[in-house]
Design a protein around this ligand. Structure first.
Ligand code: SF4
Length: 349
């Protein structure tokens, strides 16, 4: 039986697809890099990152043998830095194995690779019949089939996954998967899609029932918490101090200015009286504090950070500050830092 759904979206794809560099390759390494970059990232933003990344790390060996600091530097500004750390770890895994895995189980076993990414790599690189389900596919199928179970519930996920697998053209897995994702990205968009120009309009159940704007349904709202960061831009002559974030927290392994975090917002006077601040500068002679920026709001997926930035002038001979590293201020750009820190430096340097 002819797969009408797949034919319609593939026909649509031929005339509407964007020309993207990772679509012109069957190299699983390049496809993998593009898929990881594009998680939680818009194509427009990921495009240049992809080109820079694969120029510097054109194959799995160059990535595996690179220093993690350098990999993070190439990722700087993209966010979700665990993606870069996992890429780097998985590259080492692949080099140990000798070759890029060529089956679903092997690809899925790579660090940082979930069901979606494994299906994308296996279908795009090897034309294996694994249906991809990402946010775009969720939207297209929940509307076209009128699936009103929440897409983040187990029954909802199961229905969409089964439908995606059933509808896919198994002889042309790569093309089908590319087409349905692009269709969701450009045609069946989240708000007010142009259903009149849609090739699926005649068979789309949400369109027939006037439910396009209510689908897909999502139940679990992400819980967002506030955090209060106080950064210290310490100036010791032409040098400053930075440290590497460790532990299981945001921005792990990125560098940043010395930081004091408080449970709630504190004003300048209360901050300057904090015992943690005094113990950090215990061995430093007469530090001079000045508030440079207050309450800079930085929004992440699960957190909103409110950051204050203080300048601290200390004697140029100051050599140590807690577990921080002393560097020349002019060398700060050599270190991978969060977008928040990067923005601060672009304002003041
Ligand atoms: S008719 Fe509208 S809702 Fe249905 S698939 Fe097309 S764009 Fe999406």
């Amino acid at each position: 039986m002819e797969n009408v759904f797949s034919k319609l979206i593939v026909d649509w794809y031929y005339t509407h697809k964007r020309d993207l560099p990772w679509r012109n390759t069957k190299d699983p390494y390049l496809i993998w890099i593009s898929e990881i970059i594009l998680q939680q990232t818009r194509v427009e933003q990921g495009y240049d990152y992809y080109l820079r990344f694969v120029k510097r790390f054109p194959n799995v060996d160059t990535l595996a043998s690179a220093d993690e600091d350098e990999v993070l530097k190439y990722w700087q500004g993209l966010g979700y830095y665990s993606r870069a750390r996992n890429l780097h770890a998985a590259a080492k895994q692949i080099v140990m194995q000798g070759t890029f895995p060529n089956n679903y189980e092997g690809v899925r076993a790579l660090k940082g690779v979930g069901d979606y990414t494994a299906a994308a790599i296996c279908s795009f690189a090897y034309d294996q019949p694994y249906a991809v389900v990402d946010g775009n596919v969720n939207r297209v199928l929940s509307r076209w089939l009128l699936i009103d179970d929440p897409i983040d519930s187990n029954p909802g996920k199961k229905k969409i996954q089964e439908a995606a697998q059933l509808l896919m053209d198994k002889q042309h897995a790569a093309m089908h998967n590319q087409a349905i994702m692009e269709f969701g990205a450009l045609q069946c968009i989240p708000s007010s899609p142009d259903c009149n120009s849609c090739p699926l309009a005649g068979s789309c159940m949400a369109n027939a029932r006037g439910m396009v704007d209510t689908l897909p349904i999502k139940t679990h709202k992400t819980k967002v918490s506030n955090r209060y960061f106080h950064y210290l831009f310490v100036k010791a002559g032409d040098s400053t101090f930075i440290h590497k974030r460790t532990g299981n927290d945001i921005w792990k392994n990125l560098y940043e200015l010395p930081l004091i975090e408080t449970k709630e917002a504190v004003d300048e006077e209360s901050f300057l009286a904090l015992p943690e601040l005094h113990s950090l500068f215990n061995n430093v002679e007469a530090p001079q504090f000045r508030l440079l920026q207050r309450n800079v709001k930085h929004v992440l997926s699960h957190r909103v950070i409110y950051a204050d930035f203080y300048e601290v002038i200390v004697p140029s001979g100051t050599e140590s500050l807690g577990d921080c590293k002393k560097i020349k201020i002019e060398d700060i750009h050599k270190f991978a830092v969060s977008r928040l820190i990067n923005q601060f430096f672009s304002l003041i340097l």
